[in-house]
Design a protein around this ligand. Structure first.
Ligand code: PEP
Ligand code: MN
Length: 338
């Protein structure tokens, strides 16, 4: 439910908020120029009981029910675009934020060389997995805490904030101690205890779409994080299970305009996992920017042929620099910077 207040005084807004809290419901207040919108979440019956008296409260223009199952993430609830801040860098707003780095942190030399190249080419945020969700239990599983330490070293060297994945609550505690942003991967998009735990800590969260998840399921997964109090969430389209054997997944670029209509949260695209082949990363990265993505996540490796994970989809450092150069005029053409 949202309460629209027009020309209301601060005291009138406060009085409405207090009434709602007394009833055991939660609020989110967005202050606009002419209107203040108070979003209310909690038990539906309690909301219904309060509704009539709120409708006639001083300063209230109208009370509107939110029809979608997700509330806090919806555009109705927060009409303006949310800008998520990661170690001082913005995701959302006018800039297109480029997150780049290796699939996995493999060694000091590998992550530092990649970090230098990402920085030099104008990337905003460094990525690198320390805890890797691998399909096979025999595949490289990540350097774990040592990987987190190396990411911190790369940040200290380049000034780039870092994002890395946590697969469970224990890893989350570790990741939060080292990283600037927590990634929740496709496989864990519906790990509800993990989503709640990510909502109870303060670092921004990068939530990747599950390989078979609808956009509504993705938004409801994000709702878990916001419902615990963390509104700093970025959604990531990374490809879904399709029938095209030529690419690893089917990158669903229509998710960008659809999600941006439904939610105020920033939306980024990962063409590396979305295609699984480095040759297709550039074209789909450019298409994603043209479609209005707020950022990209690109896998980059100094020597993709020797990568311990996702080598075939990783750009080498030169190809990454070339991609960045091709993206800049495109972003400019749609009124955005990079
Ligand atoms: C990754 O970013 O390296 C990753 C494992 O992504 P996803 O969860 O989208 O498969
Ligand atoms: Mn990967």
């Amino acid at each position: 439910m949202i309460i629209v207040m027009a020309g209301a005084t601060e005291g009138q807004v406060q009085a409405v908020v207090e009434r709602i809290h007394k009833a055991g419901l939660h609020t989110h207040v967005s202050v606009g120029v002419a209107r203040t919108v108070i979003g209310v979440v909690g038990d539906d019956r309690t909301k219904e009981m309060l509704r009539e008296s709120l409708e006639v409260a001083p300063g209230v223009e109208k009370v509107v029910a939110i029809l979608q199952p997700y509330k806090l993430v919806s555009r109705e609830f927060i009409p303006h675009d949310t800008v998520v801040t990661v170690g001082g860098r913005a995701i959302g707003g006018t800039q297109v934020a480029i997150i780049a780095g290796p699939c996995s942190v493999e060694s000091r030399a590998q992550i530092l060389a990649t970090a230098d190249a990402v920085k030099a080419a104008g990337g905003a945020i460094l990525r690198g997995g320390a805890f890797k969700p691998r399909t096979s239990p025999y595949a490289f599983q990540g350097l774990e805490e040592e990987g987190l330490r190396l990411l911190v070293e790369a940040r200290e060297r380049t000034g780039l904030p870092v994002v890395t994945e946590a697969m469970d609550a224990e890893q989350l505690d570790q990741v939060v101690r080292y990283a600037d942003m927590v990634q929740i991967g496709a496989r864990n998009m519906q790990n509800y205890p993990l989503l709640r735990a990510a909502g109870r800590q303060k670092k921004p969260v990068l939530l990747k779409r599950g390989v078979s998840a609808t956009l509504e399921e993705l938004l409801l997964a994000a709702e878990y994080i916001l419902s615990e109090g963390n509104y700093q969430v970025v959604l990531c389209e990374r490809g879904i299970r399709g029938i095209n054997g030529n690419t690893r997944y089917t990158l669903d670029l229509s998710a960008v305009p659809v999600l941006k209509g439904l939610t105020h949260l920033p939306v980024i695209v990962d063409p590396s996992h979305g295609t699984g082949k480095w040759r297709y990363v550039g074209p789909m990265a450019r298409a994603a920017v043209a479609a209005g993505a707020d950022g990209l996540m690109i896998e980059v490796h100094p020597d993709p042929a020797s990568a311990l994970s996702d080598g075939p989809q990783s750009l080498n450092l030169d190809n990454f620099a070339a991609l960045m150069a091709s993206l800049r005029p495109l972003a400019g053409a749609i009124g955005r910077g990079m």
